[in-house]
Write a protein that binds this ligand. Structure first.
Ligand SMILES: Nc1ncnc2c1ncn2[C@@H]1O[C@H](COP(=O)(O)OP(=O)(O)OP(=O)(O)O)[C@@H](O)[C@H]1O
Length: 747
């Protein structure tokens, strides 16, 4: 038992020892396992941490670059903002200066007006004095007449009926003349008084404590008009007075002769003292009246012609001759002095008027300039009008007198059977204006193209009115038009900005002939066509619009040009391919619409942004009547197609100017081509060309009405500019589309 117990204990001990050994081993193993598990986990976590750290580092670096680029951009923006502020301050200063100038002009004009008012008052005073004198004269004449009649009745009752009648009518006549003159003078006086009251009222009404040009200008213009009108009225009155005076003078002379004859005869027959006295007194009255009329006549003539009045010895003696007697010399001198005064006043008034007109014209120009600027800012299409010189055929048909007249830089007047009709445009160019003059006002738009705007310049007008001359120039290019001048201007501006921008110029040139778009650059250079024969079909050209609404010609050959010469060579190639033919109205009539598109891409070297401007230059074919141009067969077809497209253009213009919801752009290819220029996002300039001749009056009026409607259309010009990143992405897309490989780009 003891042995069994001992063995059992030994076994238990052994088991316990084995268990301990096993459990120690297991524990170690488990510990090892756990350790290696956690070690692995730790390693994995370390790797993840490393990765995260790597990423954080990378992100940090990226953010730092971004922050750096944003800081630079911000710096640029701040600089730009500062420059902008400086510019606007300068502009504000300029505006202020202009405003001050206008105020100064206004105050000068007010002075002139006040001067005019003072002169008019003086004139009134003198007219009153004159009326007083005439009234005195009338009273004394009437008294003399009554006294004479009294004497005649009592002392000389046997005077012949004929003599009585003669003397009566003779003595009544001057009174009637004087009465009429008095009435006229009174009328004149009342009118001047009314004018002055009105002027004073207007002045009181229109002068606010701090005058504002826009409020004052209409009043000033109104006053200037009123002065012009009053001057014209005064002239008319003066003419009438001279006329009446002449009639009265002739009548008095006749009567005087008649009376003298009668007196001579009666002298022979009956030489009674009473009769002599009577005839003498009548003669004296008549002679005095005659003298007065003569003096009046000379005075009126002097006033009218603006000559010096009778003041020096020689002239005084002339006056004395007119007056005829020593006793009247004194009177004549008085009249001479009055005339001198009147002359001075008249001279002063003329000078005032001249000044007012000058001020008015300069102010009108300034006003129009600012008005145009505001209109341009609003996005209004600008319209210039150009009058062509009269050609030989017009001169032979309707004479050299023009039916169209340039009133000033902004208005043109057309003489219609119903009277003159005026049209106002952004600029009006007369027949004498040179190509240079016209382009000076167009140049600003070329800068806009470089800045990334879409610009369209097109010429419109009847056939032979000078569209091609304006857009292209003459045949031998002695007077180049807008197109070649624009090419020069583009490259000039590019040269000036070469240090800040990288430029790329490309162009397409199309013609719209018989409602088909033809690519004028698709043919080989130098290849010319039989001018009226249709060309072999080239690649199909279609008009498309991009997402921004900018029109482009899909399928048209777009060629790059690196200099004016290269661009001009392309243009010459296009012109050589154009359809031109002789018509009755024009020996070189364009039978198609010419469309030149020049794209200018400018990459800003500082911030990498890219802007793309497009200049569309359009020389439209002329509207024409078959009867006038003598079109037949295929020329008639061409003319119909031209008129159809122009009528579609007219419909688009009508819809846009009337703000209709639907604009029928799709009715013609021409309107599709010009969609972004009319009511689109382009800055547009229309040049309406007109003939000066009366024989083209209907067409001229139609063109001007058409152009006036275009003036009402508003575009929404926007810059086409993209950031560096977008430009790069676009470039990549283009390369990928054309199958090229692209390098990875870090933004
Ligand atoms: N301002 C101008 N000064 C001198 N000559 C001019 C002027 N405008 C036009 N001409 C001349 O008048 C003629 C007709 O002009 P042009 O060919 O430019 O007319 P058009 O309007 O283009 O006609 P079409 O619509 O038929 O093509 C040309 O000989 C041209 O040289």
């Amino acid at each position: 038992m003891e042995t069994m117990k001992k063995r059992h204990l030994e076994t238990v001990q052994g088991l316990e020892e084995r268990f301990q050994i096993t459990s120690q081993k297991t524990q170690k193993w488990i510990l090892q396992k756990v350790r290696s598990y956690y070690q692995k986990k730790l390693n994995a976590l370390r790797r993840i941490l490393d990765l995260y750290q790597e990423r954080v580092e990378k992100n940090k670096a990226e953010w730092e670059t971004k922050v750096a680029s944003l800081t630079t951009q911000n710096k640029h923006l701040l600089e730009e903002q500062r420059a902008e502020r400086r510019r606007s301050e300068e502009e504000a200063l300029q505006w202020q200066m202009e405003k001050n100038k206008m105020l100064e002009l206004f105050s000068k004009r007010m002075d002139a007006l006040q001067c005019h008012q003072a002169t008019t008052l003086q004139e009134l005073q003198m007219t009153r004095q004159e009326i007083g004198k005439v009234q005195d004269l009338m009273v004394s004449a009437q008294e003399q007449q009554e006294a004479k009649e009294e004497t005649e009745r009592s002392d000389n009752k046997d005077l012949t009926a004929q003599q009585q009648a003669g003397s009566c009518s003779v003595s009544d006549q001057p009174l009637e003349g004087a009465n009429a003159r008095l009435e006229e003078l009174k009328k004149n006086l009342y009118q001047r008084e009314r004018e002055i009251t009105e002027l004073l009222k207007a002045e009181r009404r229109s002068v606010p404590p701090v005058p504002h040009c826009s409020v004052l200008l209409p009043t000033v213009i109104h006053k200037a008009h009123a002065i012009c009108c009053s001057e014209a009225e005064t002239r008319a009155l003066l003419d009438k007075m001279i006329e009446d005076n002449q009639v009265a003078l002739a009548e008095v002379r006749d009567k005087l002769d008649h009376l003298q004859n009668a007196a001579d005869k009666s002298d022979d027959r009956e030489k009674t003292v009473d009769k002599e006295w009577s005839n003498d007194s009548i003669l004296t009255i008549l002679q005095d009246t005659l003298r007065e009329y003569e003096v009046c006549h000379v005075a009126l003539d002097c006033i009218k012609s603006g000559e010096n009045p009778v003041t020096n010895d020689c002239e005084t003696s002339e006056m004395e001759d007119i007056v005829g007697r020593e006793t009247n010399a004194h009177k004549a001198k008085n009249v001479g002095q009055q005339l001198l005064l009147l002359q001075d006043q008249l001279k002063q008034e003329r000078e005032d008027k001249k000044k007012i007109i000058e001020n008015y014209t300069s102010e009108r120009s300034t006003r129009k300039k600012y008005y145009n600027m505001v209109e341009e800012m609003k996005g209004k299409i600008r319209v210039f009008c150009r009058i062509r010189p009269m050609n030989q055929s017009e001169a032979s048909q309707g004479g050299v007198a023009a039916a169209v007249d340039k009133l000033d830089d902004y208005s043109v007047s057309v003489e219609t059977p119903r009277g003159p009709r005026d049209f106002v445009f952004d600029r009006v160019f007369s027949a004498e204006a040179s190509q240079e003059d016209l382009f000076q006002d167009t140049n600003r738009l070329i800068q806009s193209v470089i800045d990334g705007y879409n610009v369209c310049i097109f010429a419109y007008g009847q056939t032979g009115s000078g569209k091609t001359f304006t857009m292209v120039g003459d045949k031998d290019q002695k007077n180049p038009g807008i197109m070649p001048r624009s090419f020069n201007a583009i490259f000039d501006i590019m040269r000036d900005n070469g240090s800040k921008f990288d430029f790329k110029v490309s162009a397409y040139m199309l013609e719209l002939y018989n409602d088909k778009l033809q690519d004028l650059l698709a043919n080989q250079a130098g290849e010319t066509h039989a001018q009226t024969q249709p060309r072999s079909p080239a690649r199909r050209v279609e008009i498309k619009r991009n997402r921004k609404g900018v029109v482009f010609a899909q399928g048209a050959e777009t060629k790059e040009a690196s200099s004016t010469q290269e661009l001009y060579a392309l243009f010459q190639q296009a012109c050589a391919n154009r359809h031109i033919a002789a018509t009755k109205m024009n020996v070189e009539s364009s039978r198609s619409h010419l469309i030149v598109g020049i794209m200018v891409e400018s990459r800003n070297l500082t911030n990498g942004s890219v802007s793309t401007g497009k200049l569309s230059l359009v020389d439209l074919a002329g509207s024409e009547r078959a009867a006038k141009t003598g079109a037949k067969d295929h020329q008639l077809k061409e003319a119909n197609s031209i008129n159809k497209s122009l009528s579609a253009l007219g419909d688009v213009i009508s819809a846009l100017s009337a703000d209709l919801p639907h604009v029928p752009y799709r009715n013609s290819k021409l309107t599709q081509v010009m969609q972004d220029s009319l009511g689109g996002n382009a800055k547009t300039l229309m040049i309406v060309n007109i003939s000066p001749s009366e024989c083209n009056l209907d067409e001229t009026l139609t063109s001007l009405i058409y152009a006036t409607r275009v003036k009402a259309i508003t575009n929404n010009a926007q810059r086409n500019v993209e950031s560096k990143e977008i430009a790069q992405l676009k470039e990549m897309v283009m390369k990928l589309k054309s199958g090229q490989t692209v390098e990875e780009v870090n933004f």
